[in-house]
Design a binder for this molecule. Structure first.
Ligand SMILES: NC(=O)c1ccc[n+]([C@@H]2O[C@H](COP(=O)([O-])OP(=O)(O)OC[C@H]3O[C@@H](n4cnc5c(N)ncnc54)[C@H](O)[C@@H]3O)[C@@H](O)[C@H]2O)c1
Length: 346
């Protein structure tokens, strides 16, 4: 197992800035952040410092701690700057080619046994490792947004993954205060695959002409942290459509492409509801006959779909046990205690 005394984060966007804050705070080791342009890097450093100062002001950090953590964080645009890092995580755009380029560049300078992690939500980790000089140290290390709140990391192994890499990553997750659940390298891993199956069933009702607000309220009795359509707004309709497409390509019989979601994305809307909680006309793809929504039937439909998807993941060896699925859904998607098992029993 490798001791991590210096850490690197590639990308300075939404996830990367949160990852830098987590690593510098929990590990208290020098932490490097990079992006393509100096502007992006300096704007991320500015956000990071602002966040640390706010945490200290609110009493979540001791006086002087914000400056102490900020001193550990440096920015760069030079891929060779990662030379001294014992581990690096990439959180660049969700694009396989970009991620492969990032890993190839990292290998030019980083130590041969340094851990290379990817925060991808749905892409093939094996594909990113293939062709590298040391693919055995590449792992998926999938955090959930917001990183400070959701304690899950999906730990994605590939056929190349070595035991020391897996042990180092497991220990890293623990030191970061996260729970790592091992999952296989399959599209959407566990949490996004189950959430996307849920969205797929809900969106199919809306595509048939069901009233979006009524369909969306169907799962209210389950006590989920957000209704499905609000969650799609939080994730971002374009990002979720991208994940839906990936899962549709992998499992076309069970994951549909939604005309309503496409309409929302193409109209540039931030979600299915406007600021007054109303569904904008552009989000509605109504067939000639309106589709009557029976919340009990929708609930049954979603429950049956989730039960089927979870069983398939167990049969395919994507995840080891029902307990692990429940852990993933409570820690990564904020499902109520008992996770999926409890919902399926209601
Ligand atoms: N947004 C989420 O809720 C979420 C949750 C979990 C995982 N993820 C995953 O995390 C990754 C990042 O997502 P995000 O939402 O933070 O993206 P983002 O668009 O906010 O940030 C991506 C950053 O990567 C930079 N970048 C692109 N190519 C680069 C390169 N070659 N070198 C250095 N920097 C480069 C971009 O300039 C941009 O600043 C994606 O793989 C995404 O699937 C996102």
């Amino acid at each position: 197992m490798k001791t991590i005394e210096s850490f690197g984060v590639v990308g300075a966007g939404l996830m990367a800035t949160q990852l830098v804050l987590l690593v510098a705070d929990k590990l208290r080791v020098p932490t490097l952040i990079s992006d393509l342009s100096p502007d992006r890097v300096s704007s991320a450093l500015h956000r990071i410092r602002g966040h640390l100062e706010k945490q200290e002001y609110r009493g979540r950090l001791q006086p002087g701690e914000a400056a102490e953590i900020a001193r550990l964080i440096r920015g760069t645009t030079d891929p060779s700057g990662f030379r001294r890092c014992d581990a690096a995580i990439e959180a660049v755009f969700e694009d396989q080619k970009t991620k492969r380029t990032v890993f190839r560049q990292l290998e030019e300078s980083i130590a041969p046994d340094a851990l290379l992690l990817t925060n991808t939500s749905s892409l093939s980790v094996t594909g990113m490792a293939r062709g590298l000089r040391h693919p055995e140290r590449v792992l998926g290390f999938h955090f959930f947004n917001p990183v400070a709140v959701l304690p899950l990391v999906e730990l994605v192994r590939t056929p190349f993954s070595s035991s020391p890499a897996l042990l180092t990553a497991g220990d890293l997750a623990k030191r970061l205060g996260k729970t790592a659940v091992p999952v296989a390298d399959t599209p959407g891993f566990v949490v996004n695959r189950l959430l996307t199956r849920l969205f797929s069933e809900i969106l199919a009702e809306i595509d048939k002409g069901g009233d979006p607000a009524t369909v969306d309220r169907s799962l209210e009795t389950w006590g989920l942290p957000m209704t499905p359509l609000h969650l799609i707004g939080y994730i971002g309709p374009a990002v979720q459509r991208h994940i839906c497409d990936t899962l549709h390509r992998a499992y076309p019989d069970r994951f549909s492409r939604s005309a309503s979601l496409t309409a929302v994305v193409e109209a540039g809307l931030p979600g299915f509801f406007d600021e007054n909680g109303k569904v904008p006309q552009a989000a509605l793809i109504l067939p000639p006959e309106p589709h009557e929504v029976d919340p009990d039937r929708v609930r049954r439909r979603v429950r049956d779909a989730l039960a089927q998807e979870a069983q398939l993941m167990l049969d395919e060896g994507v995840i080891a046990t029902w307990e692990d699925i429940d852990r993933c859904m409570t820690l990564g998607a904020n499902f109520p205690p008992g996770g999926l098992t409890r919902l399926l029993a209601t």
